[in-house]
Ligand binder design. Structure first.
Ligand SMILES: Nc1ncnc2c1ncn2[C@@H]1O[C@H](COP(=O)(O)OP(=O)(O)O[C@H]2O[C@H](CO)[C@@H](O)[C@H](O)[C@H]2O)[C@@H](O)[C@H]1O
Length: 476
């Protein structure tokens, strides 16, 4: 049995802003099937503390980056949690990364340095009689862990997963003391990045293995176009970099048992859900496909391209129902589009139940991302018989079988892909989508293919398990 400490800034169902939380919440259960034992180390945000229930104080800190803190052990939804109860860092109004005005919390470097610092402590001394064989950090918030492990002479192997290279977790060099970092290691081989402290670079240089969430993204990361300045570092670490595609939690995302929808086993059951969804969004019934989109609203997600390409869908009798929040400019543009067209409906906000209803009621799920390390909503779509229309990039390239003439002839297609990621290509994809939708036999075959495609964690959890095993066996 291998013991693994996950170090992560969000974890479903306790706290979620995006796909990172889904992975952190589902992978531990999938790894248990291989005999691995995961504990998830998580900041004690207000929302997390409220959901914790009974806990045990396992460790106390007199001064964790500016105040006292306690490490609490607890169990929620089948997850073994280690929660950092540090009110001065995590107990506040607003988001977990940003304040009420959408600005990063000014002390984010210290807030997540604390997470990494506690991880290093747990790796060194164990906690409550449990010590990890492997520390597995996710994204920049866990990035300084190797630095703190080095400082305490801890040689537990560190695995790092890149969920999104766009976020570097940079801080000015002047914060070195406040972050309790070793000045002697402020160089290109460790955590220095263009004169700044970079938590992400610390992880990429300090990890024994680097994984990312799809094979195509692992290749893309090595290029200047997708590497976001870290491609050089990653090319240097190429031998230790591997892509492992995300899965989804097949219990949470199961159309046959989903409590948020009218459950169904075959695609015929989608009709009731479609009507309910149209009602929820104030949409009428039309000839064309009902396209849905659930996303954080950022540059990455290609929402601007979608708005430009939409006329092609609408002219062919299609509809759009969109749920998301984020960039205020995109929110305004979406509201404007919805107010001028009866077949566009938009809900700004975060709504877990509605996201399930959209998967059940939609005909197609849109993911027009400029880059997408893996993407999860296309996987939900496949499982719910809601055909993904996606950009040909990252994990979207690896998980959808494009309705090319060859794939259609072999009855293998599960969705549509477009490339390059531009407005004309997306318009063209909308035209193809509407033409396929107008051929019920072809469409139904694609839906059946989609629903059969394996999208669970089994294969990918085995790949993580193998990495943990090889690293723990290599230790003296
Ligand atoms: N308004 C809303 N209401 C309800 N639910 C909402 C929502 N907005 C988003 N969600 C949910 O949040 C999750 C988003 O996950 P994604 O993987 O699609 O993208 P994200 O960019 O957050 O994740 C990053 O990390 C993941 C995990 O590795 C990678 O798959 C991905 O490519 C990478 O960008 C999905 O579960 C989605 O349903």
């Amino acid at each position: 049995m291998t013991r693994i400490l996950f170090v992560v800034s969000e974890c479903a169902p306790l706290i979620k802003t995006g796909g990172l939380a889904d992975v952190a919440g589902a992978l531990p259960g999938a790894l248990a099937a291989y005999g691995d034992e995961v504990r998830v180390l998580l900041p004690g945000y207000r929302a997390v503390m409220a959901k914790l229930g009974k806990t045990k104080v396992l460790e106390t800190f007199d001064d964790l980056f500016g105040g006292p803190a306690r490490l609490r052990g607890g169990r929620v939804a089948g997850l073994d949690l280690l929660v950092i109860d540090a009110p001065h860092l995590y107990d506040r109004d607003g988001g977990i990364y940003v304040d009420a005005t959408e600005r990063d919390w000014p002390d984010n470097p210290e807030r997540f340095a604390a997470l990494s610092h506690v991880a290093a402590q747990v790796a060194k001394a164990g906690v409550g009689g449990w010590a990890p064989d492997i520390v597995h950090g996710h994204d920049w918030q866990a990035g300084l862990t190797p630095e703190y492990m080095h400082a305490t002479g801890t040689d537990v192997p560190f695995v790092f997963t890149v969920h999104n290279i766009a976020f570097h977790g940079n801080a000015p060099a002047a914060r070195m003391d406040s972050l309790r970092l070793n000045r002697a290691r402020f160089d290109a081989d460790h955590f220095e990045f263009w004169g700044q402290i970079s938590a992400l670079k610390s992880a990429l240089t300090g990890a024994a293995r680097i994984t990312t969430v799809s094979q195509t993204y692992a290749e893309e990361l090595l290029t200047p176009e997708f590497g976001m300045g870290m491609d050089g570092v990653l090319r240097h670490r190429q031998a230790d970099l591997v892509g492992i595609v995300n899965g989804i939690d097949l219990d949470v995302w199961n159309p046959a048992t989903d409590p948020n929808i009218k459950p169904y086993k075959g695609v015929a059951g989608k009709a009731l859900n479609k009507r309910a969804l149209q009602k929820t969004f104030g949409l009428g019934q039309v000839e064309g496909p009902l396209c849905v989109l659930v996303s954080r609203l950022t540059e990455q997600k290609g929402i601007d391209l979608l708005l430009e390409a939409l006329p092609t869908l609408l002219d062919r009798g299609g509809q759009l129902a969109l749920l998301g929040s984020g960039d205020p400019r995109l929110e305004v543009a979406l509201h404007e589009a919805a107010s001028t067209h009866a077949n566009i409906a938009v809900k700004i906000g975060y709504d877990e139940a509605l996201s399930h209803q959209m998967m059940a009621g939609g005909d197609a799920i849109l993911v027009p991302s400029r880059f997408e390390p893996c993407g999860l909503t296309q996987l939900y779509g496949l499982r719910y018989g809601t055909l993904p229309l996606v950009a040909l990039t990252g994990g979207l390239a690896d998980t959808v079988i494009n309705a090319s003439p060859a794939a259609l002839a072999r009855n293998a297609a599960t969705g549509l892909q477009f490339f390059p990621v531009t407005t004309p290509a997306l318009s063209n994809a909308f035209a193809r989508l509407c033409s396929l939708y107008a051929q019920p036999k072809v469409w139904k075959t694609m839906q059946a293919n989609a629903m059969k495609q394996p999208v669970g964690w089994e294969v990918s959890a085995a790949a993580y398990h193998d990495i943990y095993l090889s690293l723990s066996e290599a230790r003296p």
